[in-house]
Write a protein that binds this ligand. Sequence first.
Ligand code: NAI
Length: 336
Amino acid sequence: MMKVAFYDAKPYDQEFFLKTAADTGISYVFHHFRLSAANTATVGGCRAICVFVNDQIDGACLEGLAREGVEIIALRCAGFNQVDLKAAAALGIRIVRVPAYSAHAVAEHAVALLLTLNRKIHRAYNRVREHNFSLNGLVGFDLHGRTAGIVGTGKIGRITAEILRGFGMDVLAYDLYPDDKWAAANRITYCPLAELFSRSDVISLHTPLTPETHHLINREALASMKDGFYLINTSRGKLIDTAALIESLKSKKPGGIALDVYEIEEGVFFEDLSHDVLQDDDLARLVSFPNVLVTSHQGFLTTDALTEIARVTTENLIAFESGSALLEGTEVKMAH
Ligand code: NAI
């Protein structure tokens, strides 16, 4: 029986991981707090641990984990920006992730945010419940014929682009590695980032967080966008300079901003703080704008994605325990 310490566990994680791990010889020990350097002693002798996006796997945490005898960390997410890969490599700790569980789940959420924000569904829903059937302030625009800009045409960006093409939008795209064949087949046009920013009515972010993409949306980028632009971020919060975004919103330049991710999610996203006082003034300001829609990093939250995350993670842990090869493409190594 292999015991795996599981951090930042939520009821939906437990449901899907318990179902998947039944009869596999893996037993998950669920912790409801996040892992950091301060609490590595909670590993409790497990050689393997499972973490999510807001566990802080920095150098100090990894040293603590190595002292506790941890040999493998399974990330139950695609992004791995929360892990110090250099420190992990130096300590001989292996890192696995779930590179693709359901790109559709995230792309569909990005489009759901856009449709909600543009057609003011969130406001209409609340109004009608109070028997306010007025339409004032609910005017949107047709997506058909407008221009969308997709930043990052990996798995999620492509699906988002294809859905928006289905609405009859013109789609511009930007990626470090353009795929001209895909673009031609879908009548999508790659262009420089500056051109994408200045020509798009709707911009959707789909790059990972890297030193190059950190604050990709800064004051200059925001200033270069069309008046009334819509910006959707389902990727990583740190792609956007929040202070610059708030400044732009106060100047009334954006039409709408939809965020499934935020610069400082730790301790806020995934938690019920409805009886508490929100300490993050920027987040409090953001949610107060009528044209800002925030969801709490729920892009991945479909039964399909949760099933796949649990399957890939559990299969990798079984492979590790039995000394066989990890699933192809799931091990994260430092770029050389
Ligand atoms: P992917 O690896 O398939 O695609 C990423 C694309 O970004 C690649 O085409 C890559 O060439 C491009 N890229 C990398 N650096 C770039 C740069 N500096 N400039 C332009 N393009 C660049 O990743 P996938 O699966 O499409 O996921 C994208 C991101 O979505 C993930 O990194 C993750 O941060 C986020 N995500 C969010 C979720 C949510 O629940 N909201 C769930 C899953 C992923």
